[in-house]
Design a protein around this ligand. Sequence first.
Ligand code: WT7
Length: 682
Amino acid sequence: MSPGRIPSGIAGPTRSRTYVVSATITIETGVTVSETLANLMQEDRSFPPSEAFTTAANAKPGLHEEAEVDWLGWWERNAKERVTWFKEPSIVLDDSNAPFFKWFSDGELNVSYNCLDRHVEAGGGDKIAFHWVGEPGDGRTITYADLLAEVGQFANGLKSLGVGKGDRVAIYMGMVPELAVALLACARIGAVHSVVFGGFSADSLADRINDASCTAVITQDGAWRRGKVVDLKGAADEAVAKTTSVEHMVVVRRTENDVDMVNGRDIWWHDLIEGQSTECAPEVMNAEDLLFILYTSGTTGKPKGIVHTQGGYLTGVTTTSHYVFDYKDDDIYWCTADIGWITGHSYIVYGPLANHVTSVMYEGAPNFPDNDRLWQVVEDLGVTIFYTAPTAIRAFMKWGDEYVERHDLGTLRMLGTVGEPINPEAWMWYHEKIGGGTCPIVDTWWQTETGGIMITPLPGAVATKPGSATIPFPGVKPDVVDDRGESVPLGGGGFLAIRRPWPSMLRTVYGDDQRYLDTYWSKFENMYFAGDGAKRDEDGYFWLLGRVDDIMLVSGHNISTTEVESALVSHEAVAEAAVVGRKDEVTGQAIAAFVTLIGNTEGTPELLQELRNHVAGALGPIAKPASIVFTPDLPKTRSGKIMRRLLKDISEERQLGDVTTLANADIVADIASQAATSTTDE
Ligand code: WT7
C-alpha cells in the first residue's frame, strides 16, 4: 500500500472516502511532506434547487459559462448596469502595476448616491431600508427617504467640523441606525471610514486610530449587550488619550449613562445635526479613491488595515448581493453580522442598500432575553432571507430545538452562512430546522480582503452539498494548488489561491505596501494567496479546510482540522468541536480534541471512547483523536471564530498569551485545568 492510502474496506455506512497522494505541501512550521492535504471525508448528500426556485431566480443556469467567455466583459457589464456613474469608466482593469490592480480607474461615482439618492429619485423613497430592532425591545422603521435625509444631515454635520474628502474617521459603535448613517455620510463626503468593532478594547481602538491618523471618532454613550450597558464612550476616551490626531468626537445618545464630554473636542450627535440641512451634495469620487479601511487581526502580528476603494468594491458587492441573495422587491433580508466586520459593511450596508432591499438590523445578543430572540424577530418581521455564521448555528443546536419550534419560520425562503467552514451536520440542522427542508443554503466563502463573496452556490442555479461552498462566483477564478503553485487535480487538497484579480479586492494594506506584497502575493507567482486550505471533489466543488496555519501533521499526513471537527460534530451528542495538533514524540503531532456537548449530555469516559471510535470510523484510524476534553464552551474571537492557537498552547502546556481579545476569556482557565487531567490512552 502506498503511504497514506487508507484501505477502502473500512468505509462507514453513509460515507466513502479517498485519500489522495499527489502533491507537495509545506506547512507553516517549515515541514515539507510529499503529499497533499489529506482528503478524508466525502459527503454524498446533494440538494439540487427546486424547479420553482430556479424559475424565479436572479441567477439563471448558464451565468457561470457566460462570465467565463469574457470575464472582464462580465465585470464591465455589471459595473455599468448595477452602478450609477457620474462619469462612466472607459477602463476596466489596469494591471500595469500588478498586484496593485486598479478597476474602472477613470470612472467617477459616489457610493452613498448609489445606495440612496438614485432609489429615491426613481420613486422608491417610501420603501423600508431598515427594520431596526433594539435589544431592549424598542425599534425604528427607516425608509430610503428617511435614510437619505439623515445621511445628508449628518454629512453636513461632519463637514461643519471640518471633516472632508480623504480624512480618516474612526467609528466605534454598537448596532444602532446611526452606525449605518455614519458610514454612508463618510462615503457621501469622501471621508474614509475605519470601523472598529464595538466589542474591541480601548487599546485596539487606539492602535487603529493611530495607524490611520484618524481626525474624528464617532461613538455612543453606551451600547446594549445582554441587558447591560457597554461603556463605549469611556473606552473611546481612554483610546483617544493614547493618540494625537483626533480633533473631534461625536457621541450618539443611546443608553443615557453618564459620560464625560470634553470641551472643544466632543459633541453630541443630536446637537451636531440640529439645524443642518438634510441635503448634502454627494462628493464626486474617483473609482480608486479610498472608501474605507477595515482591520483584520489575522493570526499573527499587528492588525492589517485592509484598504477598499469605491467603484470596484461597489460593483463587487452589488453584483454578488443580487445573485447570491436573489433579492426580490418584497424580500425582508437579515444578515445577523455586526457592521464592525466586513460582512456587515458589504452585506448589511453597501450591497443591500445599492440593491434597494429591505433589511433587518438587530442591536443585541441572540440569546437576550431568551435563546429564541432571533426566531422571534424572524416571525415578527416576516424575514425571508437569513444570513448568519456557523458558530451561531452550532450555538442554536446546543441550546436545543425547542427555541426554534416556538416560532413560525414559514416566511423564510433562503438561508446563508459565512465565516468558517460549516460542518455538514450543522448544515443539515440548519436546512431542516430553520429552512424547513426547503430553503436553499448559500455557504459563502470570502474574506475581509476579498471585499465580497468569492465561492458560493447561486440559489436556483447550483446544487448544494452540506459543508461545501460549492463553486466560484461567475468571473472569479480560485484554484487549489500545491507548494509550487501548480493545480492539484480534482479530488485532492492543497492551498486555496486566486488566479485572477476581481473588482472588490483589497488594494493594499494601509500604509504598508510591502506587507500587502509579502502576505498575499509572494507565496505564489501571479496568484493571490488566501491562507486557507481547500480541496475539490470530482465535481469541482470547493471544500474549505480551515486556515493553513492550523493544518495538523500526524505520522507524515497533513490532516485538516475541519474534517476531524466535522466528524466529531456528526455524532449526535456533539454540538461543537475544535481540534489541534499537539507535539508528540512518536507521531510528530497528535490530535487533541475539545468538544462541547448538546444540551445536558454528560461527558463520560465511555462517551469519550465512543467519539474517538466514531472519528476513526468516519475518517480512518489516522484521524482518531489522541485526547478529548469536554468543555461547556470553546475560546472564540469576537467574530466567533474558534481560537485554535490558544487550544494548542493549552495542549502543549505553554504559558498562555493575552486572552483579552477573546469573546469568552473565562473559558480558557476552565479548559486548561480540564486538559491537565484529561486521559490520553494511545
Ligand atoms: C476567513 C476570512 C468573509 C466574512 C467573514 C470572515 C473563513 C469565511 C468561510 C466559508 C469556510 C470561511 C476563511 C477565510 N471563512 N467564510 N464559507 N467556509 N471558511 O471574514 O474575518 O476576513 O475571515 O474566514 O478561513 O479566510 P474574515
